[in-house]
Design a protein around this ligand. Structure first.
Ligand code: ADP
Length: 309
């Protein structure tokens, strides 16, 4: 990757993060600590990349018009240039993240405006000055998002801009189908799946085997393994592994986004895949010690969208 800007195409979401420590009681109350936070996989990746030293990070995403300003302000505070398309029909994506005492999370996802990104939101000039394009998987789960992704991928390759993809979600992937995803992602340089996604994409239960298989299609594949760190495979060979630092995890939301943001920032600064993976693991470990998916903003009060009451 050459030095230059990072363009992320992805999703912005409002996250409702509920942490609870007793089993969920069906049909009645379970005590929880609940916070409202800015999130969305694409937005989180962009914020982590900026926090980890990428000096020019831009995010193309759709949000409901009602909280365009709040989400734009949150991104600017993270030094991400928001290229937000206001949607008059759908609200901003909202995710309810249920986080248990082991920091594992379950999402209830209302994708809202996020998958409504469409070719109308694209112009090739979005790639001006861009050295790398990152596609967050969520927009790929809608037909209009897939058309936009193909346009962006084709334009990126015509300019020699490298492209990475995070396949995002096993749940949505199962609905879309692996072959459909592969056909959209033809020509992608870097894939960053987690172990579940890698297994689903290849049918191989061993993450190393899955990484190797994926790297025949995506020349650099980094499979993230939660607290076990990552495996790196390049062009059909396993080329390394990086352990995760040992930390006390409180919320694993956004660990993969933190990894990817820091990994891409390091690659854009010239790091090789293993060095960049080490930077990614440091950020991923930091992310799980925090509630929510974004890096800390020094001195900022707890964020709360103005319309949330
Ligand atoms: P995703 O959030 O996409 O499911 P992972 O859970 O694999 O991704 O986490 C991404 C990366 O974040 C891991 O490869 C690791 O570096 C770091 N990470 C995740 N969970 C932990 C943990 N409990 N302790 C330390 N690092 C972690």
């Amino acid at each position: 990757m050459n030095k230059g800007a990072l363009l992320v195409i992805g999703d912005v979401a409002t996250d409702v993060v509920a942490r609870y420590s007793t089993p969920l009681a069906h049909g009645t109350d379970t005590a929880a600590r609940i916070r409202l936070l800015p999130g969305g996989a694409g937005a989180n990746v962009a914020c982590w990349a900026a926090q980890r030293g990428c000096h020019d990070v831009r995010l193309l995403a759709r949000v409901g018009r009602a909280d365009l300003r709040w989400h734009g302000d949150q991104l600017r505070a993270s030094e991400v240039r928001p290229l937000l398309v206001p949607d008059d029909t759908a609200a901003t994506a909202t995710v309810i993240a249920l986080v248990d005492s082991t920091a594992e999370r379950t999402f209830l996802t209302d994708s809202g405006a996020a998958p409504r990104l469409s070719p109308d939101d694209w112009t090739p000039s979005l790639l001006d000055g861009v050295a790398h394009l990152h596609l967050s998987g969520y927009p790929l789960f809608a037909a209009s998002g897939r058309r936009l992704a193909r346009l962006a991928l084709t334009a990126a390759h015509a300019r020699g801009t490298t492209v990475s993809v995070d396949p995002a979600s096993t749940g949505f992937l199962q609905v879309l189908g692996v072959n459909t995803l592969f056909s959209i992602l033809d020509g992608v340089d870097v894939l960053v799946p987690n172990a579940h996604e890698a297994r689903l994409l290849t049918g191989r239960s061993d993450p190393g085997d899955a990484a190797v298989a994926l790297s025949r299609r995506f020349p650099l594949t980094v499979v993230t393994l939660g607290a076990q760190g990552v495996l790196v495979a390049e062009s059909g060979s396993l080329t390394g592994s990086v352990p995760a630092p040992s930390v006390d995890a409180v919320d694993s939301t956004g660990a993969g986004d933190a990894f990817t943001g820091a990994f891409l920032a390091a690659r854009l600064a010239g790091a090789d895949p293993l060095t960049a993976s080490t930077a990614g693991c440091t950020a991923g470990a930091l992310a799980v010690t925090r509630v929510g998916g974004r890096p800390a903003l020094p001195g900022q009060p707890g964020p709360m969208p103005p319309h949330a009451g």
